[in-house]
Ligand binder design. Sequence first.
Ligand code: RIB
Ligand code: CA
Length: 310
Amino acid sequence: MSIPVIVDCDPGHDDAVALWLAAGHPALDLLAVTTVGGNVPLEHTSRNARIVLSVAGVEGVPVAAGAAGPLARELVTAEWIHGANGLGGPELPEPTIPLDPRPAAELMADTLEASAEPVAIIATGPITNVAVLLRDRPDLAPRIREIVWMGGSTERGNATPYAEFNALVDPEALALVLSSGIRFTMVGLNVTHLALVTPSVRAGLAAAGTRTAAFGDELLDFFCRTNAEVFGMPDGPLHDPVAVAVLADPGCVRLRRTRLDVELAGTETLGATSVDFDGMLGREPNAWVAVDLDVERFWAGVVDAVSRLA
Ligand code: RIB
Ligand code: CA
C-alpha cells in the first residue's frame, strides 16, 4: 500500500530530484506539491516545481504557491548554489502544469480532507507553509501522518557556522511545527552530506536514459560546480531526496529518537538546531533525527524512480 504524500519545496536542484523520487517511487503516492520562497524567490520556486514535474511527465498533481517569505523575518535566498532562476544549468522549458490558484496551505488542507488516510508531508525548504497550515488549521493535525523535513544539522551549518539554510530562513516556523506534537523527522546535513553526487552516481542516473535523467544530469553538472566553488565539495551533497527516502525506503535512513529545539534568539547561532542526544536538558524527546544513510541503497532508489519517469 503506497503512502500518500505532499511535498513542500523550494526548487532548487536537490528539490527537483526529491520531487522525482516522490513521483516515481512505487512506495509513495504524490498527491500535491506546494512551494515556498527559499533557494530563490517564490515566483521561481513555483515555476520550477511545475517545470520539474512537466519534464518528468507527471500529471494530475496540483502545484500551489505558498509563503513568499518566512513568518517573521526577511527572506534569505541561495542563488550562489542554485543560480538566479533556481535551476541553473539546463535551458528551462515552459511548464505544462498550471499553477493551482489556491494558496499552498489551502491546497494542503483540501488534500488532507480528501484523503481516506492520513497524509505525510515532506518539506524540503524553509518550513513556513507547514507552520501556516498548523497555525490556521490545527483541526487537521490528526490527518497528518507525519512530517519529514530536510533541514538542520546535528553538527555545523551551511548558511552560518551553526545554522543550516532551511532552518536559518524560518526558525520560528520550525519551532511552531515542533510544538505541534505531530511525528516529526529531521534529515539534517550530518546525513545529507553522505548523499554525494559522485561521477559514478551521475553516470548511474544518466544511464536511466529518460528525458528526466538527461535534464537531471544538466542540473547536477551545475549543482556540483557551484558546490565545488562555494563549499569545496565537487561531489555536491544532494540534500532533499534523502528526506523522501525516509518514507520511500525506511531501511535506507537510520533514525534516533531525541530532543530537538531551534535557536530563535542567538546572535551567532540563530537557526541552529539543538539535538540533545544525551538528554542533557532533561526535556521530553520530540523528534526523530536521521543519523546514517545506506548510500548505495539510497542512490539505487533514486535511479529506479527516475527511470520510471518520462
Ligand atoms: O541546506 C540545504 C537545503 O537548503 C536544501 O533543501 C536546499 O534545497 C536548500 O533549500
Ligand atoms: Ca530545498
